[in-house]
Design a protein around this ligand. Structure first.
Ligand code: 13P
Ligand code: ZN
Length: 269
């Protein structure tokens, strides 16, 4: 059987990036068991070979209608699949789906009938939102970074932009490379429409949002860019925790130093 990796070099490149990031998530300890999920919008890369493939599943109903995703193609991590396995065997632990013309269901196209992540509602709602806005964002990452999730157990950190300011002030690069900061989503049941809807609201202002006591969701032009933003935020969290473990409250960069960063690096906030 020919696989999508053999027939489409452009899609192969994106799936290889997914595999690379899946490996990082596992080695960082952010991906216990099947923890976390990745989807990438590959519609612009879909060639005739992909478009002529017959579905290998029934139509599977979605919980939401996605008017901007009619006929769109996505690579999705499979539900219950491990990041460490996705890293080595992406087409055994993920699949390419196509959104049906009713915009309320999808079919699995290739290579194997691996059912997409249980967070598909949030992922596809986010993609639908960005396509509707004409955004270049193509990748959505959900992962369980230890330090950031730990910090979300402190109610003081959940007030608007408290955590963003704290993390930005730990090391200048955080603001430079995660310039829109970290949005906060109060706890919602995983996989729910409510979690998807509240993520959408925050993603107009932030590229990374915290799902309280669960994990983060990040977006980017590609999956490496989404990963990098979570990585820089987590580094800042680790610096904060290292200082606390040495027995002192870190001073953080001054307001003047942070303002200077915004001017010199031409940052939005
Ligand atoms: P899936 O295995 O269904 O992707 O779920 C993992 C997860 O992190 C749910 O929030
Ligand atoms: Zn999760």
């Amino acid at each position: 059987m020919t696989t999508i990796l053999e027939t489409s070099p452009a899609i192969k490149t994106e799936i290889e990036k997914v595999a690379e990031v899946a490996g990082y998530l596992w080695t960082k300890g952010w991906a216990e068991r099947n923890g976390g999920n990745i989807t990438v919008n590959i519609t612009d890369l879909a060639d005739d070979t992909l478009k002529n493939m017959k579905p290998i599943s029934e139509k599977i109903a979605l919980d939401v209608e996605l008017p901007y995703l009619k006929g769109a193609y996505f690579f999705c991590k499979g539900t219950n699949k491990r990041m460490r396995d996705l890293a080595r065997f992406p087409m055994d632990n993920g699949s390419v789906i196509r959104i049906c013309d009713d915009c309320k269901s999808y079919e699995i196209i290739t290579d194997k009938p691996v059912k997409p992540t249980s967070e598909i509602t949030a992922h596809l709602s986010v993609h639908n939102h960005f396509v509707g806005k004409g955004s270049d964002y193509k990748a959505v990452l959900h992962t369980h970074p230890i330090e950031l999730v730990a910090m979300s157990h402190n109610p003081a950190f959940l007030k608007k932009d408290v955590l963003t300011r704290l993390l930005w002030s730990m090391i200048p690069e955080t603001k430079a490379f995660c310039p829109r900061g970290l949005g906060i989503i109060p706890y919602k049941i995983p996989g729910s429409v409510e979690l998807a809807d509240s993520s959408l609201e925050e993603l107009d202002d932030y590229d990374v949002v915290m799902w309280e006591k669960h994990g983060v969701l990040a977006v980017g032009d590609d999956i490496l860019e989404a990963f990098d933003q979570v990585d820089v935020l987590t580094k800042a969290a680790q610096i904060y925790i290292a200082a606390k473990n040495m027995g002192f409250e870190p001073t953080g960069m001054t307001d003047e130093a942070m303002q200077e960063m915004s001017i010199v690096f031409n940052l939005p906030k």
